[in-house]
Ligand binder design. Structure first.
Ligand SMILES: NC(=O)c1ccc[n+]([C@@H]2O[C@H](COP(=O)([O-])OP(=O)(O)OC[C@H]3O[C@@H](n4cnc5c(N)ncnc54)[C@H](O)[C@@H]3O)[C@@H](O)[C@H]2O)c1
Length: 360
């Protein structure tokens, strides 16, 4: 019998979730959104039979649901995930996992008690480049990864002014929490080591300048709050001796938008990268997956060729959730990893606020 799933949140990401769930053979039985008109419109667009303007009402009316996916502003991730887990549903939740590590720890405990699967949409792990690189890492051709550099830097990529993205109470922060994908991917490649210390700085330059707005995101809210950073830079050390530097920005004067993890291993270095020609426009993107080795006394560069995946793993990641529930694949991520990531993000904000390194 196919998994019965509902989508919570009618925003742009619902299309990727819907495609991934269907490609994996799941049955999408309902869509809920706090805005009933948005729920109705999105349900019609994605061919979903039932729609609700209230999530609790959906749980009551569709008891046969096995799982939900949560695609709403960050503040509502933890409360909705907890409500779903308590209602006995498996949960696939958009990134970031929660507003902070405290909320994430609560979600993990409740998932364990409920004996339900809790996964997050760290979709960059599901890119063909990441699958290929992970195979090399697992087969030992990279050796031990000592260090990595994680980057998601945008030039003019603020996702709207005064909406939920730029309101810390609703989003948890700016690019430090929003563009966490490459930090997650670097941690994944390094084996998710236990973090020891983080030292970071955040910057507010350009955060109120409308000429730094990205070509996507959400509409501006005239009297809304904009109180998050435009960029963050930092360094993380791990109990294992490994280390990571990171750079994330919505607005910074970089040459072009870059999404990358570069690492240095004992047997090989490597890189997974997407370069965007114009902030956020896929058609001009260049993807790369490379290994750097030393053979016969000389440096050798290898390009790993994989199929193009414009959605950056967003469809494949949703498929992995369904396949995990059905026992045909291993989960691409775990609540423990999400908690570790949230601790690093909390530590980065604490470090930026205090000006000091933080022990995690
Ligand atoms: N993985 C990715 O690549 C990626 C890309 C974009 C956004 N996201 C994430 O997806 C989430 C949603 O972002 P978005 O851009 O779609 O936002 P959005 O503002 O476009 O849409 C969010 C929807 O959620 C609804 N909503 C708000 N609160 C709700 C609640 N309590 N219950 C039910 N519905 C509620 C809103 O009415 C709206 O329709 C965010 O967490 C964001 O970080 C992930």
């Amino acid at each position: 019998m196919s998994t019965k799933i509902a989508i919570i949140g009618a925003g742009g990401m619902a299309a990727y979730h819907a495609q991934g769930f269907r490609d994996a053979g799941a049955d999408i039985v309902a869509l809920a959104d706090a805005n009933p008109a948005a729920a109705e419109k999105a349900a019609a667009k994605h061919g979903i039979g039932r729609h609700f303007g209230d999530v609790a009402e959906m749980f009551k009316s569709v008891p046969e649901l096995d799982a939900v996916s949560i695609i709403v502003p960050n503040k509502f991730h933890a409360p909705l995930a907890i409500a779903a887990l308590k209602a006995g549903k498996h949960v696939f939740c958009e990134k970031p996992p929660a507003l902070n590590a405290r909320e994430m720890a609560q979600m993990k405990t409740i998932a364990e008690k409920a004996k339900k699967t809790l996964m997050f949409n760290f979709n960059n792990r599901a890119r063909p480049e990441s699958y290929a690189m992970m195979e090399h890492i697992q087969q030992g051709s990279v050796g031990t990864i000592n260090s990595c550099q994680a980057k998601w830097i945008r030039r003019t990529g603020i996702p709207g002014f005064g909406g939920w993205f730029t309101n810390k109470a609703l989003s948890g922060g700016g690019p430090m929490i929003d563009l966490l994908h490459m930090i997650d991917l670097g941690l994944y490649f390094m084996g998710y080591p236990e973090p020891a210390h983080v030292l970071a700085r955040t910057y507010q330059d350009h955060i109120d300048d409308k000429s730094f707005k990205g070509p996507w995101g959400i509409p501006d809210v005239a009297k809304g709050v904009t109180d998050v950073e435009a960029a963050a830079h930092g360094f993380v050390t791990f109990q294992s001796g490994q280390s990571m530097s990171f750079a994330v920005s919505w607005a910074e004067m970089n040459k072009r938008e870059e999404v990358s993890v570069v690492f240095q291993g004992s047997k090989a270095g490597g890189m997974v990268q997407r370069l965007f020609g114009v902030d956020g426009i896929d058609s001009t993107a260049i993807d790369a997956c490379e290994l750097y080795t030393h053979e016969n006394g000389r440096p050798v560069n290898r390009s790993i060729i994989v199929p193009l995946d414009a959605p950056m793993g967003r469809v494949r990641s949703a498929m992995n959730f369904i396949r995990t529930l059905e026992g045909t694949e291993k989960p691409l991520n775990t609540p423990d990893q999400a908690l570790s990531l949230m601790k690093i993000i909390d530590g980065a904000y604490k470090s930026a606020a205090s000006g000091r390194p933080i022990t995690l």
